[in-house]
Design a protein around this ligand. Structure first.
Ligand code: HEM
Ligand code: HEM
Length: 166
C-alpha cells in the first residue's frame, strides 16, 4: 500500500494501554516515535489566541479613540483569527494525508506568516524608517503569501477526494 496515508505510522486504537500510557484520542497517530502535528487543533488554538489579542486591541482602539492600530487589528483578526480558523476547519473537513509535507509546510508558514505579518506591520508602523522593522514586515508578509499559495496548490493536489455532501 505505497500510497496509504498511514504509511510509516503506527495507529493506536482508542484506550489501548501501553504500560502506563493511555491513548486518549480516538486515533492517536505516532510517526516513528514522534507525536504528529495535530493540524486542526494547533491552528484552531492559535486562531483563538489571535482572536483574543485582536478584540482586546479593537476595544483599546475604541476606548482610546485612536485608529493608529487599525491595520494591525485588522490583520490580526482577518488573517490570524479568520484565516487560521478556516485552515483548521479545512484540515478537519477534508482528507489531507497526515504524511503530506505540503500540509506541514502550509501549517508552519501560516503560523509564522500570521505572526510575522502582524508583528512586522506593528513594528514597521511604530518604528518607521528602520531597515530591521521593514525587513520583518516584508519577510512576515512573504511567508504568509507563500502559505496562501501552498494552500491553493493543496486544494488541487489533495482535491481528488473532496466531494459535495451529497
Ligand atoms: C471587541 C471587538 C472589536 C472591537 C471593539 C473593534 C474595534 C474596531 C475599531 C475601533 C476599528 C476602527 C474603525 C474605524 O477605522 O473607524 C476596527 C476596524 C476593523 N476591525 Fe474591529 N473590532 C472588534 C472586533 C473585530 C473582529 C472580530 C474583526 C474580524 C473578524 C474585526 C475586523 C476589523 C477590520 C477588518 C477593521 C478595518 C476596517 C476598515 O478597514 O475600515 N474587528 N475595529
Ligand atoms: C501577504 C501579506 C500581506 C501584506 C503585506 C498586507 C499588507 C497590507 C497593507 C500595507 C495594508 C494597508 C494598511 C493601511 O491602511 O495602512 C493592508 C490592508 C488590509 N489587508 Fe492586508 N496584507 C497582507 C495580507 C492580507 C490578508 C491575507 C488579508 C485577509 C485575509 C488581508 C486583509 C487586509 C484588510 C482587511 C485590510 C484593510 C485594513 C484597514 O483598513 O485597516 N491582508 N494590508
Amino acid at each position: 500500500m505505497g500510497t496509504s496515508q498511514y504509511e510509516g505510522q503506527v495507529i493506536l486504537p482508542r484506550n489501548h494501554s501501553y504500560g502506563i500510557i493511555q491513548a486518549e484520542s480516538h486515533l492517536e497517530t505516532i510517526n516513528m516515535g514522534e507525536i504528529d502535528l495535530n493540524r486542526t487543533k494547533f491552528l484552531l488554538q492559535t486562531s483563538a489566541i489571535f482572536a483574543v489579542i485582536g478584540t482586546i486591541m479593537g476595544s483599546h482602539m475604541a476606548g482610546a479613540g485612536s485608529m493608529a492600530l487599525r491595520p494591525i487589528h485588522a490583520h490580526i483578526l482577518v488573517v490570524g483569527w479568520l484565516s487560521l480558523f478556516a485552515f483548521a476547519a479545512y484540515y478537519r473537513m477534508f482528507p489531507v494525508p497526515k504524511s503530506s509535507k505540503l500540509a506541514t509546510v502550509h501549517v508552519w508558514t501560516a503560523f509564522f506568516g500570521s505572526i510575522g505579518l502582524s508583528g512586522g506591520m506593528w513594528a514597521y508602523y511604530f518604528i518607521p524608517g528602520s531597515m530591521v522593522t521593514l525587513m520583518a514586515f516584508i519577510i512576515g508578509g512573504t511567508i504568509l503569501a507563500v502559505s496562501f499559495i501552498l494552500f491553493a496548490v493543496m486544494t488541487f493536489v489533495h482535491g481528488k477526494y473532496i466531494t459535495d455532501a451529497q
